[in-house]
Design a protein around this ligand. Structure first.
Ligand code: NAD
Length: 289
């Protein structure tokens, strides 16, 4: 298949390489010359103009920083430039409202389009083991699946347009809450004189079990091997968690959803990132206890 790929950064670079490995012809565009040079080494054909990259393609994949950029790229360089009938896939994490609006505009112009944000970081993007949460019409999903399969271990149809972004931000809000809860409980146990390893052994098989505790234990040397054991380097950066929490808070406000714990978690991550910790793994928030 002939596929245009726009946004070949930390995530998109590896994703595009996996499309090449699967035998697709990948036409790459990024504003960064370094990203394009790497894409070329990975077997992509490179372009210095997005509108040119999407000429004659059957699919367009975007992996960009935010909703504003996604909207600008589709309106400026994809709509009316990619052949009508092409399937469009935005894999970026963006706000639900923009995702829905861009998909509605795409459909109005005769394109099939899905929002398909991912779970999994740079290692999963490189390894082709991302999880895609996809929002869009049945037919658009069916066509998108073929493009997404070589880049992921799971491709799940979440629902209609915007449902992928909704699943992503609700999941990450829950993740932030149970990470903070886990940090709080572990440090309190320690303060009360309980060996944190014992707390882990007990709680990870009791009703307090959760992913942050069981498989991403935020204390170094305790429980599962995690970024905590590596000085909180790698993993899922606090700055990216904060981005997702801000999107979650905006969506909650729009939907008039009550999120007392989500908004507290967002405030705690605002403070933690604001204190210069944006580059650390998000589990490092345990250091504030
Ligand atoms: P990144 O900053 O490394 O990559 C973004 C790329 O987009 C850059 O190469 C940049 O040059 C390019 N770009 C920006 N504006 C452009 C434009 N107008 N036209 C073409 N290219 C443009 O970011 P990333 O870490 O790859 O993240 C991409 C998306 O994936 C984000 O929405 C992020 O929230 C999401 N995400 C990231 C991770 C992660 O662990 N990094 C995990 C899950 C989801």
């Amino acid at each position: 298949m002939k596929i245009a790929f726009i946004g070949l950064g930390n995530m998109g670079g590896g994703m595009a390489a996996n499309l090449v490995h699967a035998g697709h012809e990948v036409r790459a565009f990024d504003l960064s010359a370094d990203a394009l040079a790497q894409a070329e080494r990975n077997g992509c054909e490179t372009f210095t103009d997005a509108a040119e990259a999407v000429e004659g393609v059957e699919a367009v994949v975007t992996m960009l920083p935010n909703g504003e950029i996604v909207r600008a790229v589709y309106e400026g360089s994809v709509f009316g430039k990619a052949p009508a009938g092409a399937v469009l896939l935005d894999c970026s994490t963006i706000d639900v409202a923009t995702a829905k609006a861009v998909i509605a505009e795409a459909e109005g112009r005769g394109y099939a389009m899905v929002d398909a944000p991912v779970s999994g970081g740079i290692a999963a993007a490189n390894g082709g083991t991302l999880t895609f949460m996809v929002g869009g019409a049945d037919e658009a999903f069916r066509r998108a699946e073929e493009v997404l399969n070589p880049m992921g271990k799971a491709v799940i149809h979440a629902g209609s347009a915007g449902a992928g972004q909704t699943a992503k931000i609700c999941n990450n809000m829950l993740l932030a809450i149970h990470m903070i809860g886990t940090a709080e409980a572990m440090k309190m146990a320690e303060k009360l004189g309980l060996d944190p390893q014992k707390f882990y052994e007990i709680s990870s098989v009791s009703s307090g079990m959760n992913w942050s505790l069981n498989t991403y234990t935020p204390l170094p040397g305790v429980g599962a091997q995690s970024p905590a054991d590596n000085g909180y380097q790698g993993g899922f950066a606090t700055a990216l968690m904060l981005k997702d929490l801000r999107l979650a808070m905006a969506a909650a406000e729009e939907a008039d959803a009550a999120v007392p714990l989500g908004s507290r978690a967002a405030a705690l991550y605002e403070d933690f990132a604001g204190a210069g910790n944006g580059g650390l793994d998000f589990s490092a928030i345990i250091r504030t206890y």
